[in-house]
Design a protein around this ligand. Structure first.
Ligand code: FEO
Length: 402
């Protein structure tokens, strides 16, 4: 049966959630599932905002038919061509052959690439800031290239102050009846998932997010409707502030996240000793992760959150231990910058890890190495404690701003 909600007068949520999918983009774990949001406005003209992933296609099609209740579909606005939102376009066009497809030049280029050049020939190719009246509802299209693909369009519905924001302001996590952020406790894990989504999916495009947010400055925005996760209404300042911080690569929190790789526990022990010494210096709320155990997307999320990052890893086959290499490469590709960092290597006969970690961090922007890399031979010994104290002192002093 259809499952829809009227989220504002004559504006309906017609999406669906998938709790079965293991990994988003076949990479990122989804312990809480994911939602594919889509919206439908009923006015003198009707406009559908995006389709959904194929996994929820049947429900979505039933939702759209239910809300339309026999009315003609006038417009299909395509905010984003990634297949988790575009998978059902061909079926919508088959069911509603008179619909006009709204997008920009790049939208239609991608539409032809994913489907066929003939698909959706009844087109409205919009320009930046072009307006489209549906009756009382007035749409204005704002291009948001690379948030998260080049064709992305935000649509602002001026009468109700609704922003249809494509992937921006979205999150992992299926929806459970409560569609709005103000209807759930977002501090109970949701904001962490929103950050994990942002950092891993959109994180590389901070400059473009900033530019899109500048374009929206001064608009009357009373509701944000993303393509994934909760909708924002009363908590708008919360998500806008987070997006501003995340996209400027500013840490949310002064604190330490330590990432270690360890084959037999010796590097882990050194990492534990360091955290212990930091705790004794008054550092609180530290995070410590085994890079072989925890999926990199969670590590990336905490790297986005914390101001001070410590990387501890052994040498492996004269290279950096691969899970650590993966994490640092990932951070580099995502463009993380502006962190205080420390490096702790471990080796038994040839040292490569400490140098490689330093090299990878140096290639990122605004990464301040707090001390020269420390390098341990096989295992930490009491005679190495002074060096560990010096490292802990440097991190603690930096955290307290000394
Ligand atoms: Fe949810 Fe970039 O697609």
């Amino acid at each position: 049966m259809y499952c829809v909600q009227e989220i504002a007068p004559r504006v309906f949520w017609v999406g669906g959630s998938d709790r079965r999918l293991e990994r988003f983009e076949n990479m990122f774990p989804l312990p809480g599932g994911v939602s594919y949001n889509a919206y439908l406005i009923l006015d003198e003209k009707t406009a559908l905002f995006d389709t959904v992933d194929s996994s929820v296609a049947d429900l979505y099609l039933e939702n759209v038919a239910h809300v339309l209740d026999g009315r003609k579909l006038d417009y299909l606005v395509i905010s984003h061509m990634e297949p988790d939102h575009s998978a059902v376009i061909a079926e919508i066009l088959r069911r509603y052959p008179e619909v006009q497809v709204v997008g920009n030049q790049k939208t239609f280029q991608l539409l032809g690439q994913f489907f066929t050049p003939e698909l959706g020939k009844n087109r409205l190719v919009v320009q930046e800031n072009q307006e489209l009246s549906l009756g009382e509802s007035l749409l204005r299209f704002t291009f948001a290239p690379m948030v998260h693909w080049p064709e992305v369009i935000f649509t602002w519905e001026a009468t109700r102050g609704i922003l249809f924001s494509a992937d921006a302001f979205g999150s992992f996590g299926a929806l459970a009846g409560n569609l709005f952020a103000d209807e759930v406790d977002i501090t109970d894990g949701y904001l962490d998932e929103a950050r994990r989504y942002y950092a891993n999916i959109v994180g590389r495009y901070g400059v473009q997010v900033q530019s899109a947010m500048k374009k929206l400055a001064g608009r009357d925005i009373r509701m944000i409707c993303p393509l994934h996760g909760l909708l924002w209404r009363k908590d708008l300042p919360c998500i806008l502030e987070k997006y501003d911080l995340w996209s400027r690569y500013e840490p949310e929190k002064k604190g330490v996240a330590l990432f270690y790789g360890s084959m037999y526990g010796n590097t882990e022990n050194a990492a534990s000793v360091l955290c212990n010494k930091l705790a004794q210096r008054g550092v609180t709320d530290m995070r410590m992760y085994d890079v072989s155990k925890t999926h990199p997307s969670y590590l990336i999320s905490d790297a986005w959150k914390y101001s001070h990052l410590v990387f501890a890893s052994p040498t492996y086959n004269l290279h950096l231990y691969f899970p650590m290499e993966t994490l640092l490469q990932d951070m580099g590709v995502l463009g993380l910058k502006n962190r205080k960092v420390a490096v702790l290597g471990c080796h038994s006969w040839a040292s490569a890890a400490a140098k490689r970690m330093e090299e990878l961090l140096s290639a990122m922007k605004e990464m301040e190495l707090l001390t020269p890399p420390m390098d341990i031979r096989s295992s930490l010994k009491p005679e190495g404690e002074a060096d560990m104290d010096a490292l802990a002192d440097a991190i603690a002093a930096s955290l307290s701003g000394k």
